[in-house]
Design a binder for this molecule. Structure first.
Ligand code: ZN
Ligand code: ZN
Length: 382
């Protein structure tokens, strides 16, 4: 894969507009992937790279969340976890993930050769809060997956018997049919792609070679992880058919929204209310931190919406760089209710500032009191 700096724009890769609909993106990807498929470009090494680039672009642009992050932050917003880059190891990974949209072109799945096959990748999700995201953590994750059947060691044949080579496909697991210009490979209907026929099926797994298991895995969440980042646990996916190796497990980490902090990359943003007097005279305000709180000096003449930086109180950088900052945006708070003294002071201030303010409104009770005491002047007296 090209490095982050040299990465092409995903919209450009697929040749679609920024406003393209999901259907347009899917169509463009299908077209680009078929044109660059390594089978169609024998001997062209760059085809594989182009093919992977298309798949990486499609992975992001076909996912509403990832696309929104990409639109906002570019490649940095959708780069995978510690490993970074595309989660695809090879071309077949791409088919195991997006294979469904190629149905009919390459025979759906790419179980090309008989014998042991690597298991498919699994996906899981995990939700953490922002404080955990900032510190990192070890979490347990319970998943259901397939394991190799213990009784038949994954072969699917009853111990003591052996599978026979499939006569229909000659053990290749695939059959080729010609349709006009296209040679279409499909999974062998007789052996379902395994290349062998089991006459005496294992009674434990009924010939599948795999059985379900529930496992609890330890997942290390790196400090600084952002919402939507995928962690890859190599070799923790489904067991392969015929005793093949396990696929990988991708864990998407969701970081819950925090009531006070918004995240922008490695920085955190929060809003803190201040009063007119604090803004005008300056003073110390209390600001929340991920761990507790701190005081922040604001200068006289602070304007509403002004942003102050508290260095190093943001999120850690996933790639080991400098820790982000906390950006405190002050918000001018206007009292909703005033007691008599407060109002009087503000009216004096308005007078001093020569500001035209609304006249004092007497309450119904005031008016009643005035009426009883015989004080019949008009309602505005101040
Ligand atoms: Zn078995
Ligand atoms: Zn067959």
């Amino acid at each position: 894969m090209p490095s982050m700096a040299g990465q092409r724009d995903y919209y450009e890769v697929l040749g679609v507009a920024k406003s393209a609909s999901f259907e347009e993106i899917k169509k463009a990807y299908k077209k680009a992937a078929l044109a660059n498929h390594p089978d169609k470009n024998p001997g062209d090494d760059t085809a594989v790279e182009r093919f992977k680039e298309c798949a990486a672009a499609y992975e992001v642009l076909s996912d509403e969340d990832k696309r929104a992050r990409y639109d906002r932050y570019g490649h940095a917003g959708v780069q995978g976890g510690a490993g970074g880059g595309s989660p695809f190891g090879d071309v077949n990974d791409i088919f195991s993930q997006f294979g469904d949209i190629f149905e009919g072109f390459f025979g759906g799945n790419q179980r090309s050769r008989g014998g042991p096959q690597r298991g498919s990748h699994l996906r899981a999700a995990m939700t953490i809060d922002l404080v955990t995201a900032s510190k990192g953590a070890d979490r347990e994750l319970r998943i259901q997956r397939k394991k190799s059947c213990e009784k038949c060691k994954g072969t699917g044949a009853e111990p003591g018997s052996t599978p026979h080579r499939c006569d229909y496909c000659g053990g290749r697991g695939q059959v080729v049919q010609s349709q006009g210009f296209f040679r279409v490979q499909t999974t062998c209907p007789a052996c379902s792609g395994s290349g062998s026929i089991i006459r005496n099926k294992c009674t434990e797994c009924r010939g599948t070679g795999r059985e379900n298991e529930e496992v609890v895995l330890q997942v290390r969440i790196p400090a600084g992880i952002d919402n939507g980042v995928q962690l890859c646990l190599r070799g923790e996916g489904e067991a392969g058919a015929g005793g093949g190796p396990r696929g990988d497990l991708y864990v998407e980490v969701q970081v819950k929204e925090h009531p006070l902090f918004k995240r922008e990359g490695i920085h955190l943003v929060c809003t803190v209310p201040i009063s007119y007097t604090q803004a005008a005279l300056g003073g110390e305000i209390e600001v929340p931190l991920l761990s507790g709180s701190d005081t922040l000096e604001i200068p006289a003449g602070t304007q509403p919406g002004e942003i102050f930086r508290v260095k190093g109180e943001g999120m850690p950088d996933l790639r080991g760089g400098r820790r982000g900052d906390l950006h405190v945006q002050v918000e001018l708070q206007v009292p909703r209710k005033l007691d008599a003294e407060h109002e009087e002071l503000l009216r004096k201030l308005a007078e001093y500032e020569n500001t035209n303010v609304a006249p004092h409104h007497k309450s119904w009770l005031d008016k009643l009191r005035d009426f009883i005491s015989g004080d019949h002047d008009d309602e505005e007296d101040e």
